[in-house]
Design a protein around this ligand. Sequence first.
Ligand code: FPP
Length: 259
Amino acid sequence: MPIFGKADKNRTIPGKKSTAGKSSADFARLPRHVAIIMDGNGRWAKRHKLAIAKGHRQGTENLREIIRHTDDLGIPALSLYAFSTENWSRPREEVEALMQLILDFFASEIDELDAKNVRILILGDKSRLPEAQRLTLIEAEERTSGNTGLRLNIAINYGGRDEIARASREIAKKVARGELLPEAITEQTVADHLYTAGQPDVDLLIRTSGEKRLSNFLLFQVAYAEFTFPKALWPDFSVKLYDEALTDFGARDRRFGGR
Ligand code: FPP
């Protein structure tokens, strides 16, 4: 049951507000686009002597708070790396658990996200996903396509190189049809053909668990992003740690190649 209907968008949902975090006024400067590589679910599960699937499930619980807080702060865009093109090589039970989590996440969250005016976009190739997941994701995108609040991008069966190759094919088709001159192709043309077309570049990339790799995430969009690598495993990444990353971002001197 939706908490509010369409007419009630932008209203605060009682009891759903993040209470642990700060308000946007507490930060010197907030990013316009945050990207998160949610790493460490497996290690968290091992540390707690649980099955890997339990680690991913705990990571999804965590995700709810982080999305809410991003929305409360008024950050315009949030991109989450949920499943990469390489993740298919994980053991079958783990892939199945992640696929089930996708269904569970949307079943439990879509009403609140829609009521909060969040617009969902799936980054990645949905065609290779099982039918139930594909339909759920398409439905979430369609249902929220008219929303004007937080842009919530969830990368599923996503690869950054694949995204650039896909954009290149689309641009090449336009050139072949005579709709575009090769000399007219600019960086903006490429940006306009990525999944994230129309959204700001990533300002802040967070990868949890202490690993310092990009793992093929948003390769084009992070060109001038600030990176931060908190040690916490994803299920332990709290709103407090998120606020610390945002405070650190506000203190950075961003020169974009200038002086
Ligand atoms: C990396 O941890 C995490 C993943 C591959 C999956 C992340 C997915 C979720 C948090 C839940 C699904 C999200 C949605 C929106 C349904 P890892 O398993 O590589 O950790 P490890 O390096 O400690 O093994």
